[in-house]
Design a protein around this ligand. Structure first.
Ligand code: DGJ
Length: 341
């Protein structure tokens, strides 16, 4: 009898606490260690999120192994070998399940864009309603960042495996830090730091999202902005960017436009609170609209650890729209309740 009680007790304990020993988050803690549901560090740097059929998918640089400064480097181009793009899924934006490496590196061809010796940064995935395909755009580069190109991969499922289609310089112009954005009308755009990072290009993609359409504008000419993160709120477009200081933090800027191709007007640093002038020691990567909530956007930043890049952290903060201003105040911890129920 006693034994039966003991077994029943153990079973109910497991039912009540199925994730004992594993990550189970009830709040966001910007800058702190963030584990996946298996208890491993979330590894999705320079990332972006796709919301599809009730699930969020977080894609990012899967950084493994030592960080090195290549021999003869003339600037702090710290790097880890490319392992590929990692993907995590979540329903609540706090607890993330690792879905695997959805675009793996290519180890047996030293000339391939995805060879471990190269650079793969800032992957973003968008869904094309017309073709039913998931399209990934990313920054691919040589170890010295001289190639400055955009890579494109495609998949039938959000969790891959993605097929790499190749790389090019969109509109015959350099492309480094980048993101992609789908507007309400289904048109998609690539934002990328071009002309050696001096100027931000905004390029309309073809209807299948696989290539530039040929229509593009040059923005923030000579202003050296990178790390673009775009969102639309109340019919206006917003763009958060950083300055260009390698892996080191600097002051963020937000710009607004009535039309996505410009003209863009810079309205200042959106960050407020301690270390706001250093973007909380982080750099923008994406802005995530929270599904089903009005005026609810999460600004995602990377807090780079330049000499140990795999140990970089994430800073996610809610965007506040108040008195005609757009701000990103520092918060040590927060929940989705900040957006109202
Ligand atoms: C800043 C960029 O935003 C990062 O993605 C990365 O390219 C580093 N520069 C490299 O120094």
């Amino acid at each position: 009898m006693k034994k039966t009680f003991l077994i029943a007790g153990i079973i109910s304990l497991f039912l009540a606490f199925p994730l004992v020993g594993k990550a189970q988050y009830t709040e966001f803690r910007p800058g702190e260690v963030w584990n996946d549901t298996e208890g491993n560090y979330i590894n999705a740097h320079g990332g972006g999120i796709l919301y599809h059929n009730g699930t969020y998918y977080w894609y990012g640089e899967y950084k493994k192994g030592k960080t090195i400064l290549p021999e003869g480097a003339t600037w702090e181009c710290y790097r880890t070998d490319v392992t590929g793009v990692g993907c995590y899924s979540s329903k609540d934006l706090m607890n993330w399940k690792f879905e695997g490496i959805v675009l793996p590196s290519v180890k047996d061809d030293p000339n391939h864009d995805l060879h471990p010796s190269k650079v793969l940064e800032r992957p973003k995935v968008i869904y094309n309603r017309k073709t039913g395909k998931f399209v990934m755009w990313m920054h691919v580069d040589s170890a010295d960042y001289g190639k400055a190109s955009a890579g494109v991969a495609v998949s039938d499922s959000p969790t891959g495996t993605f097929t790499y289609l190749g790389s090019f310089r969109p509109n015959d112009a350099m492309s480094r830090d980048q993101t992609v954005f789908v507007d309400d009308d289904g048109r998609a755009y690539q934002f990328y730091s071009s002309e050696n990072n001096a100027t931000m290009y905004i390029s309309l993609l073809t209807d299948d999202y696989l290539k530039p359409s040929g229509r593009f504008t040059r923005n923030f000419i000579g202003m050296s902005r990178e790390a673009p993160a775009v969102f639309k709120h109340d019919g206006k477009y917003y763009l958060i960017t950083s300055g260009c200081t390698g892996w080191d933090p600097n002051v963020a800027e937000i710009a607004v436009a009535d039309s996505i191709m410009g003209e863009w007007k810079t309205i200042g640093n959106p960050c407020t609170g301690p270390d706001a002038e250093k973007t909380f020691y982080a750099q923008s990567t994406f802005v995530m609209p929270v599904a089903g909530k009005k005026d609810a956007y999460i600004a995602m930043f990377d807090r780079w650890n330049k000499t140990d890049l795999r140990n970089s952290r994430y800073v996610w903060l809610p965007i506040v729209f108040k008195d005609g201003k757009v701000t990103i105040p520092w918060r040590k911890e927060w929940t989705l309740d900040v957006f109202g129920k």
